[in-house]
Design a protein around this ligand. Structure first.
Ligand code: PLP
Length: 396
């Protein structure tokens, strides 16, 4: 084995039992290139991160310009850093009231940690409700609200006073009570293999939370920034949470997370005791500059709205293949269900041979993921589907 791969396995801490092992020389648009020039179509987008495409010039320029001006200057929240302020103000303008106070962090899991802490502080309650098959990150707090026992059992004890409900089960909502500090939900479940909400579910959840005084937290870490066909899934379903968690595409390819709430709720972290959440690198100016450039790019090119017809085209061009049992979809986030993990593993090999990078979902190993950069063109969608049919599905 070539030396770089050996060093990768030896010196770069490993958690995956079967890493992809593809060396990336560069990435551009919807493509990765290996050092030998081999091209791969990116059907993952770094798990819904690279929404504006790899190497997006406007993002790269924003990164370089900000890096030249200044990088890290001080821990979060002390200095007035223009990239942070500009990005927070742009997000506040885009989000429905009262979501206007943005606390920037480093990652999705940290956004979830901050949101859970904020809900406990604001409500003075302790119970945290989440959903089976939900994924919210890999830190201890985020794992406590994760819905897949296989991944968390080895880390118990985790946070006490948590409760898991069945997603899309109206009858479970009665378990949200006056004891509940918050309910954390992905408006469209991602890692369960793309499960959109059934009509009325998020509205009923909102109503139950309001009735008992529990805060509703939306985890839009995977669905945000155009992936579902709206800038945020909350607009798609017309439901406004009390706290919104963002990450992944938030940073335009740089590491950035955030939790957003009203100014009144956010004030819960400021006093008695103050410094309710502390982060050194949260809201790094280079990441905020990159994120704002990416957001502007999405808006300028109408990428959020166009995600829906592009996703629909993928669905139309693949769904009738006999190897496909079902396609679950929200915008340009698709799960192509093959019905068994054996077929899925074979499909993974074939995809790679055909020059496609996809993966399965944390809680669903019978479907493969299609979530390319939102910049993919209609022509590219058609070419992908023709190649996936001939090179993968026909051979299953
Ligand atoms: N929440 C959702 C819905 C996610 O999909 C993920 C990551 O896949 C996270 C939270 C965790 O984000 P991070 O890996 O940045 O901690």
């Amino acid at each position: 084995m070539e030396i770089l791969r050996k060093q990768f396995l030896r010196h770069v801490g490993q958690t995956s039992p079967s890493p992809l092992m593809i060396e990336v020389a560069r990435a551009e648009g919807i493509y990765f290139y290996a050092p030998d020039g081999r091209r791969y179509v990116d059907l993952i987008s770094g798990v819904s991160v690279s929404n504006v495409g790899h190497g997006n010039r406007e993002v790269v320029e924003a990164v370089c310009a900000q890096a030249r001006d200044y990088m890290h200057v001080m821990v979060y929240g002390e200095m007035v850093e223009r990239p942070q302020v500009n990005y927070a103000a742009a997000l506040a303008e885009l989000l429905p009231a009262p979501l206007e106070s943005v606390y920037f962090v480093n990652s999705g899991a940290e956004a979830v940690e901050g949101a859970l802490k904020l809900a406990k502080r604001y409500t003075h309650r302790t119970e945290i409700v989440s959903f089976l098959n939900a994924y919210h990150g890999s830190t201890h707090g985020a794992m406590s609200v994760m819905g897949g026992e296989d991944f968390v059992g080895a880390y118990r004890p985790l946070l006490p006073d948590t409760r898991k409900l069945r997603y899309n089960a109206f009858e479970d909502l009665a378990q949200i009570t006056e004891r509940t500090a918050c309910v954390l939900v992905e408006p469209v479940q991602g890692e369960s293999g793309v499960r959109p909400p059934v009509p009325g579910f998020l509205e009923a959840l909102r109503a139950r939370c309001s009735e008992v005084g529990a805060l509703l937290i939306f985890d839009e870490i995977q669905t945000g920034f155009g992936r579902t066909g709206e800038m945020f899934a909350l607009s798609k379903y017309g439901v406004v949470p009390d706290i919104l968690c963002l990450a992944k595409a938030l940073g335009g390819g740089m590491p950035l997370g955030a939790f957003v709430s009203s100014g009144e709720i956010m004030a819960g972290l400021q006093s008695d005791p103050p410094l309710g959440h502390i982060t050194t690198f949260g809201g790094h100016p280079v990441c905020c500059a990159a994120g704002l450039a990416a957001l502007n790019y999405i808006r300028k090119h109408d990428l959020a709205r166009l995600a829906e017809p592009k996703g629909r085209l993928f669905e139309e061009l693949l769904a009738d293949h006999p190897a496909v049992c079902e396609i679950r979809r929200s915008g340009l986030l698709l799960a192509v269900e093959l019905g068994s993990s054996e077929r899925l593993y074979r499909a993974m090999e074939l995809l790679r041979e055909a020059g496609y990078l996809s993966d399965w979902f944390l809680f669903c190993d019978t479907a493969f993921r299609i979530s390319p950069p939102l910049t993919i063109t209609e022509e590219q969608v058609r070419a992908c589907c023709a190649e996936i049919r001939a090179g993968v599905l026909d051979k299953l």
